[in-house]
Design a protein around this ligand. Structure first.
Ligand code: SF4
Ligand code: SF4
Ligand code: FES
Length: 360
């Protein structure tokens, strides 16, 4: 069948960029990567993109389709072609483009290296017996271990756009893979390092990385686990950590967020004095509730009971983080165990499919 796509071409040497449209004959099982192969093979040999395995495992073929990062070899095109929509293919975001759909992954690898993605077992000579890891212990880091380092999450990361030095979702998910590893003995050092500036607490929790990760790693959940593990280990000097702690205290004591005290509690008294003028402005406009007497919610007992329950269950650290979704089962199988419609309810990455034109 005929399939069309538009590709943003870019030459970093000349700086020229152009949106070019191609139409190819392709089988109905073709993926985006198959279409690119056909374009390169039969229409324009100068097109540049990365690929290797063609089976969603090497992580080479990350790119954007209609502004959303996808693995090209995972993205079937038949529905899009049938809808009449011509998708726009472009390079991933947050990384400099080298040519066409190829980005410079050096900053990505630098951040991966900076989290020390290797096991630190605390010994140099192996013991006489092998270290047997229980299935339960493996399950803790199962999702994080699925990362194929494609960069799709980094491409969509809002924090990274604002602060290119932010460690980012892929590196932090890799960090959790080792923090959660029962054999690793560098947990505290790792948590300290990941909690520094540009680390765990600089994530804005936009959840785009969870949405775009093609392997179900859910990097934002991994970052939440790191934050919880850091708190559990008493590593809470970062403002983000203090902020989170104050949320808990507020909810427990009044059932509300005690905003008036939020700044002094997280930034310290000296820094908050500098904000007095700003605070007075807010106060004048009725935006700051008076701190005394504290506004206590009518059903604050429910909030306290919830706090007590979590404490009783001893779900400190990563154990207390509820996975946002069952991403793995969502990837391939529906709840009834049947293969899932890749563009149906709950599937992802879900390409942008515009409404079909209404029939005349
Ligand atoms: S976390 Fe997901 S999106 Fe990010 S690099 Fe790993 S596999 Fe790719
Ligand atoms: S949730 Fe955090 S790490 Fe993930 S994309 Fe958003 S800002 Fe980046
Ligand atoms: S070519 Fe390997 S993941 Fe797509």
């Amino acid at each position: 069948m005929k399939m069309a796509l538009k590709i943003w071409r870019f030459d970093s040497v000349s700086g020229e960029r152009a949106l070019k449209e191609y139409e190819v004959d392709a089988p109905d099982w073709a993926t985006l990567l198959d279409l690119l192969d056909i374009v390169k093979d039969r229409h324009d040999g100068t097109l540049a993109y990365r690929k290797s395995c063609r089976m969603m495992i090497c992580g080479s073929c990350g790119m954007r389709m209609d502004g959303a990062a996808v693995l090209a070899c995972k993205t079937r095109m038949v529905d899009i072609a049938e809808s009449g929509h011509v998708p726009v293919i472009s390079a991933m975001g947050n990384m400099p483009i080298v040519k066409d759909l190829v980005v410079d992954m050096n900053p990505f690898w630098g951040k991966i290296r900076s989290v020390q993605p290797w096991l630190q077992p605390g010994y140099t000579e192996p013991g006489e017996k092998e270290y047997v890891v229980s299935q339960e212990d493996v399950d803790v880091i199962h999702k994080e271990s699925l990362c194929v380092m494609c960069g799709c999450c980094v491409s969509e990361c809002n924090s990274m756009e604002a602060d290119p030095e932010f460690l980012g979702p892929a590196a932090l998910a890799k960090g959790m893979r080792f923090v959660g590893d029962a054999r690793d003995r560098a947990t505290v050092e790792r948590l300290q390092s990941y909690s520094e500036e540009h680390g765990i607490w600089d994530c804005t929790r936009c959840y785009f990385c969870n949405e775009r990760c093609p392997k179900g790693v859910d990097p934002r959940d991994a970052i939440a686990k790191l934050g919880a593990e850091a708190m559990k280990a008493g590593i809470d000097s970062d403002m983000g950590a203090k902020h989170a702690k104050w949320f808990v205290t507020s909810a427990k004591t009044t059932g509300w967020l005690r905003e008036t005290e939020l700044v002094p509690k997280t930034q310290g008294v000296v820094k908050s004095l500098k904000e007095v003028k700003f605070a007075m402005g807010l106060f004048k406009h009725g935006k700051v509730p008076p701190p005394v007497p504290p506004h206590v919610a009518k059903h604050v007992s429910e909030s306290r009971a919830l706090y007590d329950l979590v404490k009783q269950q001893d779900r400190g650290g990563a154990d207390g983080i509820v996975q946002s979704e069952k991403a793995l089962s969502r990837l391939e199988l529906a709840a009834d165990g049947e293969p899932r419609d890749p563009y149906g309810e709950g599937s992802f990455p879900k390409p942008f499919l515009p409404e079909k034109e209404p029939a005349e």
